[in-house]
Design a binder for this molecule. Sequence first.
Ligand SMILES: Cc1ncc(C[n+]2csc(CCOP(=O)(O)OP(=O)(O)O)c2C)c(N)n1
Length: 637
Amino acid sequence: MQTGHPLLEDICSPSQLAEFSDSQLLQLASEVRRRIVDVVSRNGGHLAPSLGVVELTLALLATFDLDRDKLIWDVGHQSYAFKLLTGRARRFHTLRAFGGLSGFPRISESPYDHFGVGHSSTSISAALGMALARDLAGLHHHVVAVIGDGALTAGEAFEGLNLAGHMGKRLIVVLNDNAMSISPNVGALSRFLSSALSRRWVRQARKDVLEFLRAVPRIGQNLALYALRGELSFKSFFTPGMLFEAFRFAYIGPVDGHNTGELKRHLRMAAAVEDGPVLLHVRTQKGRGYAPAEANPTHYHGVGLFTPETGLPVSNASRAPTFTDVFGKTVLRLAEQDKKIIAITAAMPEGTGTEFFKERFPERFVDTGICEQHAVTFAAGLASQGYRPVVAIYSTFLQRAYDQIVHDVCLQNLPVTFCVDRAGLVGEDGATHHGAFDIAYLRHIPNMRILAPRNEDMLRHCLATALALEAPCAVRYPRGSGYGVPLNGAARALPLGVGEVLLDGSGIAVIAVGNRAHPALEAAFFVERELGFRPLVFDPVWLKPLPELELADMASRFGKLLIVEEGALAGGFSSAVLEFLNDRGLLGGLSVKRLGLPDSFVEHGTQLELREMLGLRSRNIAGAIAELAKKQDTVEA
Ligand SMILES: Cc1ncc(C[n+]2csc(CCOP(=O)(O)OP(=O)(O)O)c2C)c(N)n1
């Protein structure tokens, strides 16, 4: 409840929080929550994670001096309160909007964003690097990493803990334990963290062990004293602390993550540990303070626009199904016919549409946690035993598993199907999340096949095609709705390395990859109407193997090619076409223009705004066709 003069707008620097009383912090927490709900309801974003750490953020800012000390948020999707309190309140309404604040910490956005994030489980490694840098420079500030229990499931987090324990650097890791990843957290670790060892149980165990030690002849009394002094910590021995102590971290907690007084006290305790790393275990509630998010933290993990009073989504009733939904339903249908199909997700059953599979075939569904590398090698193991794993991972997160794709899957030519969701521009999540690189990082791997469906119906056929191959195959498809095309008949296998002419024409051939095919068609119709000639529009369907016959034929029949892809131009599909044409001696005398993602990181904004900026909309494609029509022979991007 707000009691006095509003506080939030008067905060220019996080250092002001050190002076705040607990009741002022309480008031501030409620102002911050209200502001977050208001802005996220209008801009979309990561609501529940941010609401869960409001008190923790206040306590961190009240305890540490961020002009000296370093703070690293893992993933960074929970940093909204932090943004509000570190000089960005006035711009907060621009969160995730084109030209506005990023949804994640970024070193270019604020001097208080000490490390850029977006992908999970990097915070401990980065913090340890900063701690070593501090010590080498003879400085004395604190370095604090805040990591969620979901992010802690990833190998990289454990690699960080392992080295931190070995190096013995002064470092504070705050574990934000809400028992949730996006969905309820998975894995043995999460069970361990949440194993509710009651205080009574711990007390009884402690008493029993002390009695046992005392009973040891001659040395018993000394053993008990030794244990009591804390060298053998009973509390941590019987609580999650034992895990972190095995990594040579001092362990403090668990602490109520919504009590700022308690949090500050324990943070000060952690800061006083001089001789090595310390882990402060904080228990929070995801979605705290906003009833709809408390009731359904998975839905409100990341949300689109909604009405703040009710929490109900702003209607999008007329939209076609998303690619993700169509994938989820198709893989389910295919799995009904083929018992060897296993669906695998890395902590994203809802995001990848595999939650339908989870309900229907729980024994053939695996959520690995935020472990993309492990998910891919795990799939390779299954495939080596005759199973047909379907690994659904966003393009940007699959980057993590590059070596596993090369070494464990492709080198052994194992039939793993990669469903590469969110390929291309994802919109408001921005540079850390665009699926810009998958064509480039997959197409040069021997044995890999790549399909790019142009619409939701083709996605079904591409999936059936991939599953009919005895080889690794990636199907890349974009974020968002399809085109409302009919989904008639069963999904069928497509011929290998054969594309489709969508529109016959002359003068210029437009080769449009995946979700750029429909805009290319629109562009061709526009050009026909406005300029009086009709270019050919070709959907390659296959990005690897290339539809070589058709490409060679187009090169000989058309003097001009326009290639459009929503992926990085460097090493992407159009590069593959240029390589092919060059190697076949077909490039001479040909004008080739390429549209795609530039050699720079693309910022956040709506997909529409970004496509407009990068020249990937149908009108941009029409403009490029018109330009090419006027040009003499050259290759250009
Ligand atoms: C490498 C990687 N894979 C997947 C994701 C998607 N993702 C964002 S947040 C999140 C869950 C994080 O859970 P946790 O760390 O417990 O934080 P919480 O949201 O519960 O606060 C996931 C899977 C990601 N950001 N990075």
